[in-house]
Ligand binder design. Structure first.
Ligand code: ZN
Length: 113
């Protein structure tokens, strides 16, 4: 039985908003999300507070969404510091195929629905 499923790979990048950045973000800093892995380039740092605001959205953005779902249309996340103008843009950068059995020990037909 084919147990494959697809997830989008993501790029999360610092972009400038319409207000100055207060934190140490730099425009163009980014990380990638591939499956369950977050990949930081060696020369990047990333605010843990900003990361905490972004993390809850990533699993949804990895998955196919209904065309009317706001999670599909909305891709800009604000810095959680209310005085900071940084924005973090989530972009889908392709897909990758994963195997259910390589991701979990729970059988496909036994999981809670
Ligand atoms: Zn900030």
């Amino acid at each position: 039985m084919n147990d494959n499923f697809e997830l989008y790979n993501l790029k999360v990048e610092v972009i400038a908003g319409d207000r100055p950045m207060i934190c140490k973000h730099k425009v163009g800093d980014y990380f990638l999300v591939i499956g369950e892995e977050i990949i930081f380039p060696e020369n990047n740092s990333f605010s843990l507070y900003a990361l905490s605001a972004i993390l809850p959205l990533l699993p949804a953005k990895q998955r196919h969404l209904h065309q009317n779902d706001w999670m599909l249309s909305d891709s800009l996340i604000a810095c959680p510091d209310p005085n900071c103008g940084a924005l973090f843009k989530i972009t889908r950068i392709g897909k990758q195929i994963f195997s259910h059995d390589e991701c979990t020990v729970v059988p496909i037909d036994k999981g809670d629905k």
